[in-house]
Design a protein around this ligand. Structure first.
Ligand SMILES: [Zn+2]
Length: 423
């Protein structure tokens, strides 16, 4: 049951009112969707058009324009007083300028070259600094997963890879600031690898944005669906709808995926996993065996479990004997749950845990939210996170500060954290 994909589908309501369906999680392979948008949009042909209507004209296949490069890479274009085109992107709440380019073919080529250089440099830096790998086109790639409603998915063809875009690498960079140590696999193991898919979905049924797989070619993997991040902000600070009761950025998605890696590391037996989930307010649905991992989120009586592929679908309500007694909205489930989820994504205990941990690692306002929503889950997320930290560095060496970064465990840092938690 641990070997199934955790397919993500963090739905981005800001960009995506009719986000795609989610996968029914029967053995812990549910979904989320961050930003599955505009994948049908064809690039514009204009040399430069001030963006309001980017699809106004069609591009011929493969022909790059300033507009298509901007759209593909999530860049903003501004005309400078001197008539050049300034390309930038939003990163950590600031404008990161790539450069100013002449509005002609030469400028377009220079833009391409600059982007490539920035991207290569960032990739090199990330791999060197964090001991992670980012797969290149032609590397051994994940195989497509086919079906997953009943039992484990079948293995399909090996998927084509693409190079990541600069904004995606910046998302990894931002995640790494707070991910520690969830990206680490230990000295003897294959490094965690990011795979960016070119055309085909890893698991089309799941219709997610990304997936975590514990073992692709011998190592843990984060697999990003084609175009799934095209419209996503790089960090939480770059969101147009800044909110701290959820998260919706490339960086936070990667933190979430890495949270699944944490689960793989912290729960070294299925029993430990089940026991922890039980402490989080989940229980096997009466009548099922614990090893089936058919769990429900407990309410005052009985509990609730998601049903069907659609993430907006209602949940089934179970009585104490495991009979379905009705359908309930997800919001109602959150209200009635004995232990409240940290965010609006909790399609299974592993997602509820990973979401709480993601909020903890994002820190500050994001950490405040689960702290105020449910003290039990907050404490469990902390305990879980600390277990992984201790696993890496030895017990008692580091704690996670309220900002999300690790700091040495000492009286001062512990008091600073307690002070933030008392507020
Ligand atoms: Zn997940």
């Amino acid at each position: 049951m641990d070997k199934t994909a955790k397919v993500e589908n963090l739905r981005d309501s800001a960009h995506q009112p009719d986000a795609s369906s989610a996968l029914r999680n029967e053995v812990y392979s549910p979904p989320e969707s961050l930003a599955r948008t505009d994948t049908d949009a064809k690039p514009g042909r204009l040399n430069f058009e001030p963006t309001d209507n980017p699809q106004k004209t069609q591009n011929t296949d493969g022909e790059k324009t300033f507009d298509s490069v901007a759209r593909e890479n999530g860049l903003d274009i501004n005309e400078t007083p001197g008539g050049k085109l300034e390309f930038s992107l939003k990163y950590n709440g600031e404008k990161l300028v790539l450069g100013n380019f002449e509005n002609n073919d030469k400028g377009l080529k220079e833009l391409g070259k600059t982007l490539k250089e920035f991207t290569e440099l960032k990739r090199w830096e990330l791999e060197k600094t964090h001991n992670i790998k980012i797969a290149r086109p032609g590397d051994p790639a994940p195989r497509q997963q086919i079906g997953s409603m009943d039992g484990p998915p079948k293995q399909g063809k090996e998927l084509a890879l693409r190079d990541p875009r600069l904004k995606e690498l910046l998302g990894i960079e931002a995640a790494m600031e707070r991910a520690n140590p969830s990206h680490k696999t230990g000295d003897s193991k294959t490094p965690l690898k990011f795979y960016f898919l070119k055309n085909d979905s890893f698991n089309a049924e799941a219709a997610g944005v990304a997936a975590f797989e514990p073992n692709i070619h011998g190592g843990p993997a984060i697999i990003v669906e084609p175009h799934s991040l095209d419209n996503s902000p790089v960090t939480e600070k770059d969101r147009e709808d800044p909110k701290s009761e959820n998260h919706r950025s490339i960086a936070s998605l990667f933190l979430h995926e890495l949270g699944h890696h944490s689960e793989e590391r912290v729960f070294d037996t299925p029993q430990k996993r089940i026991d922890f989930y039980k402490r989080m307010g989940w229980a096997p649905i009466p009548g099922t065996r614990p090893e089936d991992m058919q769990m429900m989120l407990k309410g005052k009586e009985g509990g609730f479990a998601p049903k069907g592929l659609d993430p907006d679908a209602k949940w089934e309500r179970f009585d104490k004997d495991g009979n379905v007694t009705g359908l309930v909205s997800k919001e109602e489930v959150a209200r009635q749950a004995l232990i409240k989820p940290a965010t609006d994504y909790f399609e299974g205990p592993h997602e509820m845990l990973t979401e709480a941990v993601t909020m903890l690692r994002l820190g500050d306002g994001h950490r405040t939210h689960p702290m105020q929503t449910d003290q039990t889950l907050y404490s469990l997320a902390k305990e879980f996170d600390q277990r992984e930290i201790d696993l890496n560095y030895g017990a008692g060496k580091f704690i996670r500060s309220f900002t999300g970064k690790l700091v040495p465990r000492n009286a001062e840092n512990e008091e600073t954290l307690r002070a933030r938690e008392r507020r």
